[in-house]
Design a protein around this ligand. Structure first.
Ligand code: C2O
Ligand code: CU
Length: 474
């Protein structure tokens, strides 16, 4: 595996530069966040507004981003499982916004989806989000209004919900992965958010990858230390192919939910948009050397994050970690499940002959004029009737058939689900799952959370160009 330390990924055209100096720290200030003390008027604020961030090497100008509390990623919110989260969104942006708490099984009215669960919060307005957090794990928050643009400008942050008894590690590190599409000379965020070409292909892929908002993210560690790494893919469309070097260990959770048994980390593992993975790894790099979280591209690897193993002697390897305590998720009733198949269609190279949009059947060309190039079960955009309406507690089985040339990261709000394999076994709990071209991925879950829940592709350009629907739980 080759490592290019200055990990610029050129999209098309010239790379930004590859000889940048270390970028100054852009750590999100840690935030006590929710009113852990339970006091009635302790509203923590997330203020969405314009800010400057040094995403690129120092010789480039800072980039104007849209940020929560002045940083992109926004502040890390941290709260104990079962506690009450109270967070006031204050909108200092020139347009309306909202916050979605990705992966949380929360009350529908707090889900942050304009037009479905609340009205968008206008400039100068605010909205109070208040709910108890049911599950411990690695989650995140992000804008859900015009998200294909607002998220690409920086409106997201980590949300960590702590276990009653956290695992025994020396460091607990959050690594928020993003890619940005920047102008090659000014480092300004490039426009063209609504470009149908991107939307009909793989989405808005950036030309600069950052971890925690940094071009060259570094962490000091010590040889032999045990780390918990919480990886969050906040990119609009990029699927990260990841590897470890000088680190060895286990996957302990996916999308916030613990695995029943920790699994040795694969040599290459994929992280689709919106997915999270929690690893517990030991630093195996020799003292004085570096360890890496490696991003793998066609032409080799590059350091996404660098861990500098100090000069101290390594500790002896420890045994594998125990599984994290499971959250209390409702088991699906496989026998009584109601099956509603989902067909994913459209996009470049296969296209849409026709689909329904805004209640009317349209030709592929008419749809494209409306910015619609994808459809779920023959409907582009939000359907008049829900994709499925179910009674509370009923189990839904959704075989998703991807009849397109692109992978899709399908995300359901308000619930976690499991993949049902052909042999009847169930995969780990997830809230976002990748469906590859010409694959069928079947998910099952007990729909126990009442409300109107969005179900969409988390490649955000696909979402706006048709790939969204909703499930209604009575
Ligand atoms: Cu990460 Cu519809 O959300
Ligand atoms: Cu998609």
């Amino acid at each position: 595996m080759t490592i290019t330390r200055r990990q610029l990924i050129a999209g098309t055209g010239a790379a930004l530069v590859a000889n940048g100096a270390l970028v100054g720290p852009l750590r999100a200030a840690s935030h006590s966040g929710a009113a852990a003390d339970g006091s009635a008027d302790a509203w923590a604020e997330l203020r969405a507004g314009l800010a400057k961030a040094q995403l690129t090497p120092a010789e480039y100008p800072a980039t104007e981003v849209w940020a929560y509390n002045g940083t992109a990623p926004g502040p890390t919110l941290r709260i104990k499982r079962g506690a009450l989260l109270r967070q006031r969104l204050v909108n200092g942006l020139p347009e309306a916004t909202s916050i979605h708490w990705h992966g949380l099984r929360l009350p529908n009215a707090m889900d942050g989806v304009p037009g479905l669960t609340q009205e968008a919060v206008g400039p100068g307005e605010s909205f109070d989000y208040e709910f108890t957090v049911p599950d411990a794990g690695t989650f995140w928050y992000h804008t859900h209004n015009r998200s294909w643009e607002q998220m690409a400008r920086g409106l997201y942050g980590p949300l960590i919900i702590d276990e009653e008894t956290p695992p025994d590690v020396d460091r607990d590190l959050i690594l928020t992965l993003d890619d940005w599409r920047l102008d090659q000379t000014t480092a300004a965020i490039a426009g063209g958010f609504d470009g149908l070409h991107d939307q009909a292909h793989g989405g808005r892929i950036g030309n600069l990858v950052t971890v925690n908002g940094q071009f060259d993210h570094r962490q000091p560690v010590r040889g032999g230390e045990r780390l918990r790494l919480r990886l969050i893919n906040t990119a609009n469309a990029r699927i990260f192919n990841l590897g470890l070097q000088g680190l060895e260990g286990w996957v302990v959770a996916l999308d916030g939910q613990p695995l029943e048994k920790p699994e040795p980390a694969a040599e290459v593992f994929r992280l689709a948009p919106a997915q999270r993975i929690d690893l517990i790894v030991d630093v195996t790099a020799e003292p004085g050397e570096e360890a890496y979280l490696v991003g793998l591209e066609r032409d080799g690897g590059f350091a996404l994050a660098t861990f500098e193993a100090g000069s101290e002697a390594a500790q002896a390897r420890r045994p594998a970690p125990e599984a994290l305590a499971p959250n209390d998720l409702p088991a699906p009733d496989l026998k009584g499940a109601r099956e509603v198949p989902m067909l994913l269609e459209g996009g470049a190279m296969r296209g849409l002959a026709k689909a329904e949009y805004l209640g009317r059947e349209m030709s592929g060309r008419e749809l494209a004029e409306q910015g619609q190039v994808w459809a779920l079960n023959g409907v582009a955009g939000m359907p008049a009737a829900p994709f499925a309406g179910v009674g509370r507690g009923e189990t839904l089985r959704i075989p998703m058939r991807n009849d397109t040339m692109f992978p899709h990261a399908m995300h359901l709000h308000g619930h976690h689900f499991r993949q049902e394999h052909e042999d009847g076994t169930l995969g780990p709990w997830r809230d976002t799952i990748l469906v590859d071209p010409d694959q069928v991925v079947t998910i099952v879950f007990a729909a126990d959370n009442p409300g109107r829940w969005l179900f969409h592709c988390h490649m955000l350009g696909h979402q706006v160009a048709g790939m969204k629907t909703r499930i209604e739980v009575a």
